[in-house]
Write a protein that binds this ligand. Structure first.
Ligand code: GCU
Length: 346
């Protein structure tokens, strides 16, 4: 049961499944007349409207067909299975098989994931895609926590461009962020970033943000237009400003043991469907972001394009420099990003 290499275009197909014994993985197995059926639980922290949700549901149907009903996927949206930081622990211990996770949360397992989570890292969508199409570049990083944590990265997905929003005023220069309490994702890089930009960092899970904004525990947050609208943050923080500070991936994860437990044919079918999932989720995202902005505007939110992006970029530059030069792994990834940026200017 050892699968050493399987290269898939557009997905991280190199899965070094070194957990030879196939112990764990608590998929819901139920034996019907026709043999065992395994349903992978896939945790998602956003709504059913999100293209990542739809792509996962479609993936599950295709998987069921491709494996003659032996495998399928049940997607749990809206943080039903917990925050990403909680769910990933459950994935690691084998009680949840699959999930989508924001890049920064991965830093808790291997800090080298930071390179792709840094502000102003990618010149644009095409540059980022060039990096995530490069299986060879990412294979070591993406398989780095299989043995230690039972986590396999299947693919990196586009997750929009993140901007700041708050309940007080439009943000044009760094001075406008001074003193505002702004929610960030739960990682050191995100805290350091928003503090360099001038705000007071408040790391928390996504599900708590709405009420924190509503009660004034938070003044603002930073996210793409889809979260801003679908989680109704536009109701309680009307000022959205295009700082364009982040373009970070979401990852699709699977428990290494669950993947290892599949027989070779089923696993190949499973991995073969990942590029389609990624394509569907990425393409859908671009439209979803536009529709979300229009809907937020209709609901009365104000979008500010007049932002001194260069000033924010200058403030975060020292943390970017020190993060990407901390070791050889990061240096190599960063060099590749720079090349991708040159080849794909925005
Ligand atoms: C985005 C991203 C999620 C992440 C969320 C957040 O929606 O796609 O993976 O969890 O932001 O800010 O927590």
């Amino acid at each position: 049961m050892k699968l050493s290499k399987l290269v898939l275009t557009g997905a991280i197909g190199l899965v070094s499944l070194s957990l030879a014994a196939c112990g764990g993985g608590s998929s819901s197995d139920s034996s019907g007349g026709g043999g065992s059926k395994t349903v992978f639980k896939l945790a998602f922290n956003q709504t059913e409207e999100h293209p990542q949700y739809k792509a996962a549901v479609d993936f599950g149907k295709k998987l069921e067909e491709a494996t003659d009903g032996r495998y399928s996927v049940k997607v749990y949206p809206n943080e039903q299975l917990g925050t990403q930081s909680d769910v990933v622990q459950n994935l690691s211990n084998g009680t949840v098989e699959m999930m989508y996770i924001g890049g920064p949360v991965m830093e808790g397992f291997n800090s080298d994931f930071i390179v792709y989570n840094l502000p102003y890292m990618f010149a644009g969508y095409d540059a980022q895609q060039a990096i995530f199409n490069d299986d060879e570049l990412n294979k070591d990083l993406f398989s780095s926590i299989e043995e230690s944590k039972n986590i396999t990265v299947l693919s990196a997905l586009y997750a929009g461009v993140r901007n700041v929003y708050n309940s007080k005023h439009a943000v044009t220069t760094p001075a406008d962020l001074q003193g505002l309490k702004v929610r960030v994702q739960q990682s050191d890089s995100q805290v350091a970033m928003i503090e360099a930009m001038g705000a007071i960092a408040s790391p928390m899970g996504q599900g708590d943000v709405y009420s924190a904004l509503q009660t004034g525990v938070l003044d603002g947050a930073e996210n793409n237009e889809t979260v801003y609208h679908s989680l109704k943050h536009d109701e309680v923080a009307k000022f959205y400003s295009y700082t364009k500070h982040l373009m970070i991936p979401d990852y699709l994860l699977i428990s290494t043991q669950a993947l290892n437990k599949m027989d070779d044919t089923d696993r190949e079918a499973f991995l073969g469907l990942i590029p389609e999932l990624r394509e569907e989720a990425n393409t859908g995202f671009l439209d979803f972001a536009k529709e979300s902005r229009t809907a937020s505007e209709a609901a009365g939110a104000a979008f500010n394009e007049d932002v001194d992006v260069a000033a924010f970029k200058a403030l975060v530059q020292p943390m970017v420099e020190s993060s990407v030069t901390a070791n050889d792994v990061r240096k190599k990834l960063y060099e590749a990003v720079q090349k991708a940026n040159e080849a794909n200017p925005s």
